[in-house]
Ligand binder design. Sequence first.
Ligand SMILES: *Cc1c(COP(=O)(O)O)cnc(C)c1O
Length: 402
Amino acid sequence: MRFDELATPCYVVDEGLIQRNLSILQGVTERTGARVLLAQKAFSMYALYPMIGMYLCGATASGLYEARLGAEEMVRPLELRGKRCENHVFSPAYRQEDFAEILKYCDHIVFNSWRQVEKFAADAKAAGRSVGLRVNPECSTQEGHAIYDPCAPGSRMGVTREEFAAGLFEGEGEGSPFALLDGLHFHTLCEQDSDDLEKTLDAVEEKFGAYLSAMKWINFGGGHHITRQGYDMPRLERCIKRMQDKYGLTVYLEPGEAVALNAGFLAASVLEVRPTAASGTGSLPYGLQTVILDTSAACHMPDVLEMPYRPPLQGSGQPGEKAYTYRLGGPTCLAGDVIGDYSFDMPLQEGDRLVFEDMAIYSMVKNNTFNGMPLPAIALKRKSGECEIIREFGYGDFKGRL
Ligand SMILES: *Cc1c(COP(=O)(O)O)cnc(C)c1O
């Protein structure tokens, strides 16, 4: 099937574009020895895990289900091809009843507090797993996206220097919580460049440097926009080398976005174009009409409302830039289910196809069936240009969750 023949709405992930990102990430490993993992929470299209596992060193999970998915769909298939992939997990708090299964799937278990270390780490060590503690370097480097800032005041993510030191009251000797640690983990970035990583690393060293030589590894978390045009790669590699040379650490990176950045689309169709100006828009310097699509911001691209951001749309301009401007909305009953205002050279008509870009990440992992909205199908565009439907959804997927 060709791209234009896919029924809408449909997420289409481009194999060649994913591969391009993977090659860039693999380059980091080849040049520095740093180990790069897929953060599944951004992109869990497991049909591609066997390919991803050929380029990266494994996967990381936010809990039991992602850990199991990584084990089943990346670690096992790659094992059959003779390549060993690692499976990591971090959770703000593990459930007692899940932990034995987590131990079965994961090589690295990262904890969020001393209490969690005390509760679970001895079992993890007994099972031969590597144990880490997430730290909070209290170094905010992002403006605007407060909900994505784990260093914001009151954050529940990671252990501050003060908490870290308080946890050493039982000493650093054998059997103490500290002695159970193999590594430290931090995750403080979101869509950022390596200058912010460097600043964060300075804070990590200042606050936790005294403990680093006792560790085997350090995990730089995700949020590294490594595959974005213009990313400062040499600075990233200097950061990695610094931890390797100074403390003898193995360095892990666990990007999510960077793996599938700009590698997917959401194809949609116009259901209706209202002939009159949208209400209350008369004072705008351009006409603005309402368009209803067969895709929803709230259901199919929730980050558009949550983050929020305006997704790129092929062939469109800013409002008023091109001759015809429309407010594109979804078919749910939420008044704010609006993707954004976009302009076009030609008037839109019922049945026209629109293609939103950068829709591989944080889209299919976060979508929902609010209002009984159907879920978009998931398709893979092969390098030949041929499109293959990977999954389709129906009424049963809506009903089955309720
Ligand atoms: C979200 C997250 C990631 C991935 O972040 P991206 O911004 O998608 O690169 C990695 N590690 C942890 C612990 C996370 O919470």
